[in-house]
Design a protein around this ligand. Structure first.
Ligand code: HSE
Length: 431
């Protein structure tokens, strides 16, 4: 490695938590980064929505651009570091402009890649540029690198993950403090954990974006976020958490993707996992990704999924790779060779947890059991508990069944008129 290589010049768009974190690492660790990459890594220009704001870090010596597209196309920028966010709009416009102007791109933008990843990868590869995005998935956990490099010799058989720290915080805090969802949601808002649009977190969208990106890298398929089965955590009650705990499970917003003989299965939904499993033991805002390969077996990666240091750490990993001259296609193989994924729903059977409120009258439970039985679904456990005179909360755990059969059974039980609310339907995942 030559110590005389030209400096690598960054233009950073977006000076929120992550952008400031990147500036701090580059200022604090300049000598170390040069020693490791053989090049000086310098920031030449920055851009953000507001210029006059104390960010707690000096921006002296960096040129300022109001327009991220102008920043992305400056002659003195080699890498456009996109930390603005948003699937489309300025982030996408500036990324495209950077690629067309011959710049490499490093981004933390999961939404942009989940929605526009294929088109951007094709553009990057046509221009001979790279897009790197370690920070887009699970913050500080080097999961993209693990798939692209460490597991390159494996056929990946399954990717699972708890990849939204806010949801994991809400679910684990509900359990530990015995608080209802609404109270903990408000607490998360006050702690600043929620995205500006909280639905991105609690609706499973943010975690779904991350899973869609990992699926593309893992299976050589085009990113297919629109095909993902997506459910949020808004319907989970403290009662569900307690019932699950009673049976030895914990509820997690879990992503699972698998390439099956019938297509690509991708789910991001709350489900029950064994309390004793690594995923079941995950507390608070931490993330965990479980990767399974035909040669390696299962590996588990755990760490901070958000925050200044962890996310900036991931951005620096990508910048260092580019500085070292390490280049590879955006999703690990040429974009033109990525297969269009066929969505596969309801291909793997699992036991399901159903909690519903029934009318407390003769024959109500029998109607529910008949609806399940008519679809060939057998009941494994059944519990009716704490009921008043009008309604009875009922918990059913099924034997393994297919989701489509279960959905038909639920429609039939609802049509009988005995189901007052629900059922909350959660898959019991074998992890
Ligand atoms: N809001 C995300 C989380 C971090 O709570 O994990 C950014 O993706």
């Amino acid at each position: 490695m030559s110590q005389t290589a030209a400096p690598l010049r960054l233009g950073i768009a977006g000076l929120g938590t992550v952008g400031v974190g990147v500036v701090r690492i580059i200022r604090r660790q300049a000598a170390m980064l040069t020693a490791r990459t053989g090049r000086e890594i310098v920031i030449t220009a920055v851009s953000a929505r507001t210029r006059d704001k104390d960010r707690g870090v000096s921006l002296a010596g960096y040129a300022w651009e109001d327009d991220p597209v102008k920043l992305a196309t400056r002659d003195d920028v080699d890498i456009f570091v996109e930390l603005m966010g948003g699937a489309d709009g300025p982030a996408k416009a500036a990324t495209e402009a950077a690629l067309k102007a011959g710049k490499d791109v490093v981004t933390a933008n999961k939404a942009m890649l989940a929605v526009n990843g294929q088109a951007l990868a094709e553009l990057a590869e046509a221009e001979g540029r790279v897009i790197r995005y370690e920070a887009a998935v699970a913050g500080g956990i080097p999961v993209v690198k693990s798939l692209l490099e460490g597991l390159a010799g494996n056929e990946i058989t399954r990717v699972m993950g708890v990849m939204n720290g806010t949801c994991n915080y809400i679910l684990t805090r509900m359990e530990s403090a015995g608080l209802p969802y609404e109270d903990v949601f408000e607490e998360a808002r006050q702690l600043g954990y929620l995205e500006a649009d909280p639905e991105l977190d609690v609706g499973g969208i943010d975690a779904g974006h991350k899973l869609a990106i990992l699926a593309s890298v893992a299976y050589g398929t085009q990113v297919a976020f629109d095909d993902m089965e997506l459910e949020g955590i808004g319907e989970i009650t403290i009662d569900d958490i307690r019932q699950a705990a009673d049976m030895g499970y914990r509820i997690k917003l879990l992503g699972v993707s698998r390439k099956t003989g019938r297509g690509l299965e991708q789910r991001m939904a709350p489900c029950l996992v064994p309390a004793s499993s690594p995923l079941g033991q995950l507390e608070g805002g931490t993330n965990m990704v479980v990767l399974e390969g035909d040669a390696v077996g299962q590996i588990v990666l755990r760490g901070a999924g958000a925050g200044e240091g962890p996310t900036a750490s991931a951005v620096l990993s990508d910048i260092c790779d580019i500085a070292r001259g390490f280049r590879l296609p955006v999703f690990g193989q040429p974009a033109a060779s990525l297969e269009a994924a066929t969505p596969a729903r309801s291909v793997s059977a699992a036991p399901y947890y159903l909690r519903m409120m029934l009318q407390d009258k003769p024959g109500a439970l029998a109607k529910v059991a008949t609806a399940l039985g008519s679809e060939g679904i057998s009941i494994h456990r059944l519990r009716q508990y704490d009921h008043d005179n009008a309604c009875a909360p009922v918990l059913i755990v099924t034997h393994k069944c297919l989701r489509n059969d279960l959905d038909r059974a639920i429609e039939a039980m609802q049509a009988t008129g005995v189901v007052v609310s629900g059922p909350v339907t959660l898959r019991i995942e074998q992890v």
